[in-house]
Write a protein that binds this ligand. Structure first.
Ligand code: PLP
Length: 390
């Protein structure tokens, strides 16, 4: 048997589990995306607490890697980035009527207008703050999520023309989002690209300089240079996960995973054959064996659907969840020869290159996507950031 590397963890003293975030990986991934983007700028998408990696350290690492823009969904997220003193260009795209647009305009956040009501609210915010609002216009090219669709786009362009003329706004960009970026040959990709270019021409015809044109998320950044335009908008790939796992893992694209979910084994027990394990006895031991207790559960973001299927690495050895994932803990079957004990290192997911289970493996095991595995990791776990400049 080859000896297995220990897969050490970096648990803070007294913690039974933690999320490790490698900020140098984020920096290097963004630099790699920048190389692939050629002359296009990189907007690192740091919404949802940077996909669970911690928005402020992740944003700083992305900027250190050469990102010239940051992107978030919600205004609150954008305001949090500004409140921390990060002054890079920053785009936000999702807010309801009544949102704090004046706060956003005052903080020099680019706000997206997907409808005339939004543009009116932005004009009011410009009025309140006495500033010219920086606005990016979003066209719906077929995803049918946000973005102005059909005649609403025509109305939005006309309203933007008037707002520019009165000086309340400046258009800094025009953008859209793909339906099937992860299938670059899908016919919708080409159709959305054509619709996007038409929208840019609509602006030019209305006498509006479109500013930055952008359409590409991670998958399109990696697989479709024809849609890079002036800026690319990767999220997932910044964190070292592949947006196109069917085409290749992170290393195929020069990326490495930034997040590891780790723990220390909370106990072991030797049990007889034929014993049921955890709630509902969904797992029954086939032979005498050693069970390990992992102090992580669905309240920490380990999917309950990982019951009997989720992969783990315990004491350097591959295993799976045995029985139900509970709220705070889960059990693994380590086999009769397991010689370790409480305190042994556990990796729930981490780096493929080190032979650790990955977020992608978890996604496949439970029928979801790697995005969900990293973003669902709970705030109750300590984050340990390694690398970076702070
Ligand atoms: C989340 C998001 C992105 C980033 O998508 P990835 O697939 O993670 O690269 C880009 N643009 C918009 C509008 C998004 O909502």
């Amino acid at each position: 048997m080859p000896s297995v590397p220990p897969h050490a963890t970096l648990l803070p003293a007294g913690s039974s589990a933690c999320v490790e975030i490698d900020l140098d990986a984020i920096r290097d991934n963004v630099a790699e995306l920048g190389r692939r983007a050629g002359s296009a700028e990189v907007m690192a998408v740091v919404k949802a607490d940077a996909y669970g990696h911690g928005v402020l350290p992740a944003a700083r690492a992305a900027l250190a890697g050469g990102a010239t823009w940051l992107g978030v969904a919600q205004l609150e997220e954008a305001l949090r980035v500004r409140a921390a003193g990060i002054d890079a260009p920053l785009l936000s795209w999702l807010y309801p009527p009544g949102a704090d647009l004046a706060g956003a305009v005052a903080a020099d956040i680019d706000v997206t207008a997907s409808a005339v009501w939004a543009l009116d609210a932005i004009r009011a915010a410009a009025d309140t703050t006495g500033r010219t609002a920086r606005v990016q216009l979003k066209v719906d090219t077929g995803l049918l999520r946000n973005g102005a669709y059909g005649p609403d786009w025509t109305d939005l362009v006309a309203a933007a023309g008037r707002a520019c003329a009165e000086g309340s706004i400046e258009v800094t960009g025009v953008w859209s989002h793909f339906v099937y970026a992860d299938e670059p040959q899908h016919p919708t990709v080409r159709r959305q690209q054509e619709r996007f270019e038409e929208a840019v021409r609509d602006l030019e015809r209305a006498g509006i300089r479109p500013g930055l044109r952008h359409l590409a998320n991670s998958a399109a950044t990696l697989t479709n240079p024809a849609v890079h335009y002036d800026l690319v908008r990767p999220g997932l790939a910044c964190y070292g996960l592949s947006p196109v796992p069917q085409l290749g893992g992170p290393s195929a694209y020069g990326l490495r995973e930034a997040m590891r979910l780790t723990a220390a084994l909370a106990g072991v027990k030797r049990v007889k054959a034929g014993e049921g394990v955890s709630y509902g006895h969904q797992y029954v031991t086939e032979r005498e064996t050693v069970l390990g207790l992992v102090p992580l559960g669905y309240a920490d973001g380990v999917p309950r659907h990982g019951t009997n299927v989720g992969p783990l690495l315990v004491g350097g050895q591959r295993t799976r969840v045995a029985g139900r994932v509970c709220m705070d803990q889960l059990v693994v079957d380590l086999g009769p020869a397991y010689a370790g004990g409480a305190g042994d290192p556990v990796v729930v997911f981490g780096r493929e290159a080190d032979g650790e289970p990955t977020a992608q493996e978890w996604a496949e095991a439970i029928g979801t996507i790697n995005y969900e595995i990293v973003t669902r990791v709970s705030g109750r776990l300590p984050r340990v950031h390694i690398g970076g400049e702070d």
